[in-house]
Ligand binder design. Structure first.
Ligand SMILES: Cc1cc2nc3c(=O)[nH]c(=O)nc-3n(C[C@H](O)[C@H](O)[C@H](O)COP(=O)(O)OP(=O)(O)OC[C@H]3O[C@@H](n4cnc5c(N)ncnc54)[C@H](O)[C@@H]3O)c2cc1C
Length: 467
């Protein structure tokens, strides 16, 4: 039996534990070490006064079969809570009002969200020459400006990037964040042509075998899905299943080599222990410090991945306090619209059982890479800023009856331009360290699905090294 250590008890470490135990459980003995006294990492849920508030992520897109299989294997499928159909309505706050993003291209081209010039610029996209230097990375903002114009980049894509990554589209790498966009330009020479091509292909598939493709051709696809009782319900399934393989309150300090085994030194009283293999799922900056005794180049590379801070402010109101219709997914706000908040997710319109009858719950995001100071505001200051931005948009004139604030200092890794090259270099450097793997949201994607997929991949690589 090989001894394997997993470091970190967020979704990445827990998924790695599950994949190792279910696939290679007869060949290895696995222990997961978590620094804090709880599992879940960024995932957490408060259940207070009949309000259910997720701390960080509030769902995953149901488009990745592996995540759904994992949930089924953990016995959690019956708890799945997909977003309500009415939550499909999404808005962008611009020109002092909420503008609905209509999925129909014709309706979109006639809406007043973009100027006539901005809309015409989108219309000529198929005639814009595709790039040829495919090896070069570029920012999301540069790509979108090049293809559909700077106004769309600022108004449509900038807020989406801060909504997903807490990031700045002018810094983030297109290749790392939206590789599908690179492929679309490469294959079709145009995003509009690619969307039409993909829609035709989907229609053909549907006609042939009755199957429909999930999500839209161009968008992220899939339906936002959570669990009854919030996302922590998923972590509780892992806890129930793997309790005896997990040690909490156990921070790893350093990893070094000892007789071709990995020697883990803990930052508490626990004696050091040797392992044949290690999967580290701690955030890259923490992993960097642990790994320094083994490989300074890997440590520097991990340390060079920046993180953005973000705060989530959950507010609850009596529905009578809200002076406008609040059914939909929520809204995002482009920078330069006189608002500091990044946007709002209308939690109780999306998921059931998130607040008491007759009330509504909203999540408001503030901070991110374009506003790093927001995380340092006190609770009162955050509530003041958020209320004064949010209330006029929603036509609310009185204070919230429920407030819950969550802060993530260094919360979301930023895949800035050059990230794909860093990942390639990491893979090369790791060839000298068989049995040492890194998983987590800092490498191939920040979403929960990405973490699960990456963890399965590193488990397979580890098995190739060990067995
Ligand atoms: C505000 C916010 C909203 C988000 N919304 C969504 C969303 O709606 N949908 C979505 O798909 N994704 C979302 N994400 C992203 C997603 O939540 C994360 O990418 C994912 O949860 C990361 O999981 P992880 O296991 O890789 O890392 P983490 O959750 O950070 O877990 C790492 C674990 O390692 C532990 N650790 C650290 N150092 C040590 C050490 N020395 N020894 C032992 N353990 C250690 C930590 O305590 C932690 O438990 C959101 C993120 C944030 C911050």
């Amino acid at each position: 039996m090989k001894k394997v250590a997993i470091i970190g008890g967020g979704i990445s470490g827990l998924s790695a534990l599950h994949f190792l135990k279910t696939t290679y459980g007869d060949k290895c003995q696995v222990t997961l070490f978590e620094k804090t006294d709880r599992l879940g990492g960024t995932i957490g849920t408060d259940r207070t006064d009949e309000f259910v508030s997720d701390w960080g992520p509030n769902g995953f897109l149901d488009k990745v079969p592996l995540t759904l299989e994992l949930i089924e294997q953990l016995g959690g499928s019956h708890l799945l809570d997909p977003a309500n159909a009415k939550a499909e309505k999404r808005f962008i706050y611009c020109h002092n009002r909420l503008n609905e993003i209509v999925p129909s291209p014709i309706k979109f081209m006639t809406s007043s969200l973009l100027s006539i010039k901005g809309r015409l610029r989108i219309a000529i996209e198929p005639f814009i020459k595709a790039r040829t230097d495919w090896d070069e990375d570029e920012t999301i903002h540069d790509f979108v400006s090049r293809r559909i114009g700077p106004e769309s980049a600022e108004t449509l894509v900038g807020p989406m990037v801060s909504g997903i990554f807490g990031g700045d589209a002018k810094k983030l790498s297109l290749k790392a964040c939206f590789p599908i966009m690179v492929e679309m330009e490469k294959e079709y020479g145009s995003l509009i042509k690619a969307m039409i091509g993909k829609m035709k292909a989907a229609r053909k598939n549907k006609a042939q075998d009755g199957k429909s493709s999930s999500g839209s051709a161009s968008g992220p696809g899939g339906r936002l899905t959570s669990f009854a009782g919030g996302l922590i319900s998923l972590i509780e399934r892992f806890e129930d299943r793997y309790n005896s393989d997990i040690v909490t309150d156990c921070p790893v300090d350093l990893i070094s080599m000892d007789d071709s085994q990995y020697l883990i030194k803990f930052a508490n009283q626990k004696p050091s222990e040797k392992f044949d293999a290690v999967i580290c799922s701690a955030p890259a900056f923490a992993a960097s410090q642990m790994i320094a005794p083994i490989d300074q180049d890997i440590a520097s590379l991990l340390d060079s991945i920046p993180y953005a801070s973000i705060a989530v402010v959950c507010l609850g109101y009596d529905k009578k306090q809200i002076g406008r219709e609040a059914e939909g997914f929520g809204f995002l706000i482009p920078r330069g619209q006189g608002k500091r908040i990044l946007g709002s997710i209308w939690t109780s319109s999306i998921f059931s059982d998130r607040c008491p009858e007759g009330m509504a719950q909203f999540r408001i995001m503030i901070g991110g890479d374009t506003d790093p100071e927001a995380i340092d505001l006190s609770d009162d200051q955050l509530l003041d800023v958020v209320s004064s931005d949010f209330h006029p948009i929603m036509n609310i004139n009185s204070r919230p009856q429920y407030v819950n604030i969550f802060r993530y200092k260094r919360g979301i890794p930023q895949f800035i331009v050059g990230h794909p090259a860093k990942m390639k270099r990491l893979d090369d450097l790791l060839k000298d360290h068989p049995g040492l793997k890194f998983t987590g949201n800092a490498y191939e994607g920040v979403g929960l699905n990405d973490c699960v997929v990456r963890s399965q991949k590193v488990v397979k690589q580890l098995a190739a090294d060990l067995f």
